[in-house]
Every structure is written in structure tokens, then in C-alpha cells.
Design a protein around this ligand. Structure first.
Ligand SMILES: Nc1ncnc2c1ncn2[C@@H]1O[C@H](COP(=O)(O)OP(=O)(O)OP(=O)(O)O)[C@@H](O)[C@H]1O
Ligand SMILES: [Mg+2]
Length: 335
């Protein structure tokens, strides 16, 4: 996709999600700005607890107490702000415009309902603006959906426990695409599966994305898998988006020290699969450090990093990073 034909699908601005706990407020999503384009595959990475799932759930308005959306907007191409929708409007937007393949999706199927019935029910529940087609037509559509995700028609008659993990995951994807959404939010859709099945399912997701011309926001830990799937990647740390750019750029020219550490910790042939990990104590959102949240663990930390929070800004074409190393360069007087 060239830059000229990039059309914005979703503009997330200043999104803020808080969890109010007895021990204080955790800013799980902290002033996040992110633009997603039509038909792109975007990967969101970051260590456990960095706010990836919370960001996705906020877009679907599925944050539960003690969490709340404390501010910001997420505006679709027609001007709809997902954050401002009322209950009924949210119900209408789900699946038709924005759908999710949840984290641990395999447990999200109803254990006492046949797969075909579940797909038919989903389509009926969300398509309330027109009368339901006859049962036979609904079943036909369910079978068509199963075929799209590589499942045989017979699967419609089976219960979830009769399916393998990979098949269950495919059934969840079928459910997510049942009303042709423009945006598919996939939260670590393959993390519980073995590597071969993982790769096959990612391939299916990719084909579907292409057929539907949908935008996919894929969340994951695995930088290797992301590199294969995504065109652009965003890196989260402590609820903040710290770097965004094209996948090749992020891998070959990472600008944030956290991203650099993430990339260098990917097991390679040279390191014989040894995972180096990132030094330092994981961040506590209830007691965050001052200034840049990463500074206590950052190998390039400077005195000002504990005093001032960096902002996400352009460091190269189509490449944003939030690090004072770059602001220092930008701020330095021309000599
Ligand atoms: N129910 C909750 N109560 C209190 N705090 C919560 C709750 N759910 C999430 N949080 C806070 O939100 C932060 C982000 O959690 P989230 O699940 O979004 O992380 P994640 O990046 O998806 O992690 P993982 O990779 O493990 O799935 C957590 O670190 C935690 O502080
Ligand atoms: Mg998560």
C-alpha cells in the first residue's frame, strides 16, 4: 500500500483507561494516539500487562469495573466515535463494524450449543435491522463462513468439545467475520496452539483480511510472528505506545531503547534460541516512575528522563517514537 492511497479507518486519540483499585489508580492505557488505515495489518506488541488487551476492550466498550474509559476518542471513517456510543449503538457496531477474536478465544464458544447454531444465533442477534432469513438460508450462510475459515460443513453439527484447539479458534474467527466487519481485533489468537497450527491460522486470518479488505489489529508477544503478519507495528510499554512504524523499519531501525531490547531478545540462529529477556524490574502501574516510564530499565537513560515524559513524535518517515534521545536531537540548537 503506497502512502498516497492510505485512507484512515480509525483514529484513536488520547485514549485513557484507568483501573481504580484499593491500592490506587492504574493507568492501563495512557494517552494513546494511534491511526489505523483501511485494509492494513497492524501488530501491537509489548510485554504482559502493557495494556494491549485493555486497549482492544476499550474500542469495543467492554471494559468492566474497576476499569473505566477516563478520556479520549476512537473515531471511525464515518465520524462515529466508538467511545461516545450508547449501549444499543455499541451493540449495532459490534461485529458489523468492529469484531474481536478474543484472547483465549477457544473458551469463548458456548459449550452446550452446536457450532452452526452459534454462528446462526450471532448473525440473528446482530442483524436486527432486517427480518431474519429462513433457517435453511441461515445454515447455508453458517456453512459458507465455516468454509471461509477452512472448516468442513460437518463442523456445523459439532459441539465445541468435539473440536481441536485449532478448529475452535477457526470457529471463533468465523464468528468474528460473520457480518463483514471493517476492523478485526485479534488478541493473541494463536497463543495456546502449537507452532504449525499457529502458522496455518495466521495464514487463514491473512487471506480473510485480504478478501474482506478489513483492517486487522493483531495483538501478540511474539515479534517473529508479528514480522510475518503485520505491515506496521506498534510497541506498548506500561500503557503507552512508545514506537510505531513499518515492520521492516521497526526491525532494522528501532529507535526506542525498549524496542531495541525487544528486537535483540528475539531468539535467533546465532543465539541458538536463547531468550535474553529485558533487564530490570517490571513496571508497577500503581507506582509508576516519574518522567519516562521506561527510564529505570533503560540502558540509555539520561538525567532528564526521570524528570520529563517524552511524547510520541516523528523520527523518520512513517515512524514515530517517544524517547527523549530523539527530542534532545530535535531540540538541540543548530550549529
Ligand atoms: N481487572 C483488573 N483490575 C485491576 N487492574 C487491571 C485489571 N485488568 C487489567 N488491569 C491492569 O491493566 C494492565 C494492563 O492489562 P492488560 O490485560 O491490558 O495487559 P496485556 O498487555 O494484554 O497483557 P498480556 O500480554 O498478559 O495479555 C495490567 O497491568 C493491570 O495493571
Ligand atoms: Mg492481553
Amino acid at each position: 500500500m503506497s502512502k498516497a492511497d492510505k485512507e484512515v479507518l480509525l483514529a484513536i486519540r488520547n485514549l485513557e483507561v484507568h483501573f481504580e483499585t484499593r491500592r490506587g489508580i492504574a493507568r492501563a492505557v495512557n494517552e494513546v494516539d494511534l491511526t489505523l488505515y483501511k485494509g492494513e495489518r497492524f501488530g501491537l506488541v509489548g510485554e504482559s500487562g502493557s495494556g494491549k488487551t485493555t486497549l482492544i476492550l476499550a474500542l469495543l466498550r467492554m471494559i468492566k469495573t474497576p476499569g473505566l474509559i477516563a478520556g479520549g476518542s476512537a473515531t471511525l471513517d464515518d465520524g462515529t466515535d466508538l467511545i461516545q456510543l450508547d449501549r444499543e449503538q455499541v451493540r449495532q457496531a459490534r461485529l458489523k463494524r468492529v469484531a474481536m477474536v478474543p484472547q483465549g478465544a477457544m473458551n469463548s464458544l458456548n459449550p452446550v450449543m452446536r457450532i452452526g447454531e452459534q454462528l446462526m444465533l450471532t448473525m440473528r442477534e446482530h442483524a436486527t435491522d432486517r427480518p431474519s432469513p429462513p433457517k435453511a438460508a441461515q445454515l447455508e450462510r453458517a456453512i459458507e463462513l465455516l468454509a471461509k475459515v477452512g472448516l468442513k460443513p460437518e463442523v456445523a453439527r459439532l459441539y465445541p468439545h468435539e473440536l481441536s484447539g485449532g478448529m475452535k479458534q477457526r470457529a471463533c474467527i468465523a464468528q468474528a467475520i460473520s457480518l463483514n466487519p471493517q476492523l478485526i481485533l485479534a488478541d493473541e489468537p494463536t497463543s495456546a496452539l502449537d507452532v504449525v497450527v499457529q502458522r496455518q491460522i495466521m495464514q487463514t486470518l491473512r487471506q480473510l483480511q485480504h478478501q474482506l479488505n478489513a483492517t486487522v489489529l493483531l495483538v501478540g508477544h511474539d515479534m517473529g510472528l508479528m514480522a510475518q503478519f503485520a505491515e506496521r507495528v506498534g510497541i506498548m510499554y506500561g500503557g503507552k505506545l512508545v514506537e510505531v512504524g513499518r515492520v521492516e523499519e521497526i526491525f532494522h531501525n528501532p529507535q526506542h531503547p525498549y524496542t531495541q531490547l525487544l528486537i535483540s531478545s528475539i531468539p535467533s540462529f546465532e543465539t541458538k534460541g536463547e531468550f535474553k529477556g529485558i533487564p530490570g524490574v517490571a513496571l508497577s502501574l500503581l507506582d509508576p516512575p516519574s518522567g519516562c516510564l521506561f527510564h529505570p530499565r533503560c540502558p540509555e537513560s539520561m538525567p532528564q528522563c526521570s524528570q520529563r515524559a517524552p511524547i510520541l513524535q516523528t523520527v523518520a518517515p512513517d515512524h514515530l517514537a517517544s524517547c527523549l534521545l530523539h527530542e534532545e536531537v530535535a531540540d538541540a540548537p543548530a550549529s
